[in-house]
Design a protein around this ligand. Sequence first.
Ligand code: NAP
Ligand code: GDP
Length: 323
Amino acid sequence: MTNSNMNVILVTGGSGLVGKGIEWALNHDDQFKKLPNETWYFATSKDADLRSKSETEALFAKIKPTHVIHLAAIVGGLFKNMKQKLDMYRDNVLINDNVIHTAHEHKVKKVVSCLSTCIFPDKTTYPINEEMVHNGPPHESNFGYAYAKRMIDVANHAYFDQYGDQFTSVIPTNIFGPFDNFNLQDSHVIPGLIHKCYLAQNEGSPFIVSGTGKPLRQFIYSRDLGRLMIWALREYKEIDPIILSVSEQDEVTIKDVADSIVKHMNFKGDYKFDSSKADGQYKKTACNDKLMKLLPGFKFTPFDQAMKETVEWFLNSYQNIRK
Ligand code: NAP
Ligand code: GDP
């Protein structure tokens, strides 16, 4: 981004987990703080239902963004993805097409959209890298969401080839942190298990973790991702996506996650796995070499610290959270 002109940055999905991470970084991190020539607008679904082209156009006409961070999506954990494949496909295709095409019509200088490591091919070699996005079908549990997300990369290349638009994407791994969705059925594993552990503690019932606990995941703290999204908007130059992930050595099992929640919730009750529930993809180990080459000094918050902060936030905000 140039420093000479005023930049107006529209963040779609600005009220969600990642949007709040960006807001936190702009207000608290010296390296990634808000610059004097930037105005940031964090949009929610109340500003516009982005599945509607006319509401999307009205939002762009009102905000007049020069840059867009596109986060808005129908998002959920394994069990929501398995249940609502069509919604995850169709609503996300509509949102992405409306946002990206309206950004093109408004001559937006740069768009950074959000993909996910769960969109990579199921049958693959490890570690996964940025070149593998389209190399084969995704895991059957989330193919609706995965194909909708893959089309963002297709669109970005098509807009660049035909018009020279600077539209790119990032690929975060599993994310967690304050302002997550703590719904018991539809959320991702960390917020879902924090909420389940809290209820088990209060009710004196067992804390039950779905699946075997064996699958592996890389988790990024939403405040670290917020910092990296700001970096990508200001500095990342390619149309091709970039993986935003902790290192391969920081991959943990679902059992490690549950143990960490038990520790930070100070849970003393009975704790077990329900292996009749799905495990989903066994692993999707991603390589962060491209990121670390471009931003070598970046320090991730240790998983234990990020979990401690997330559990504290959950306990302090319980009455008002998404659940
Ligand atoms: P989130 O917490 O569920 O937030 C979703 C955001 O999208 C909210 O601001 C929501 O607005 C907005 N939204 C949903 N439907 C909309 C619609 N029809 N029109 C306008 N806005 C709409 O999601 P997140 O976890 O921050 O995810 C952000 C991005 O990261 C997404 O693109 C997601 O695919 C990607 N991602 C997430 C994860 C993860 O583990 N969470 C992992 C990899 C990638 P309201 O608040 O008004 O409902
Ligand atoms: P994924 O990484 O895209 O599969 O998404 P999730 O965040 O939903 O993580 C799914 C993994 O966590 C699977 O191995 C599940 O069996 C396991 N898991 C254990 N308990 C829960 C839970 O309460 N909710 C969710 N979403 N997953 C759980």
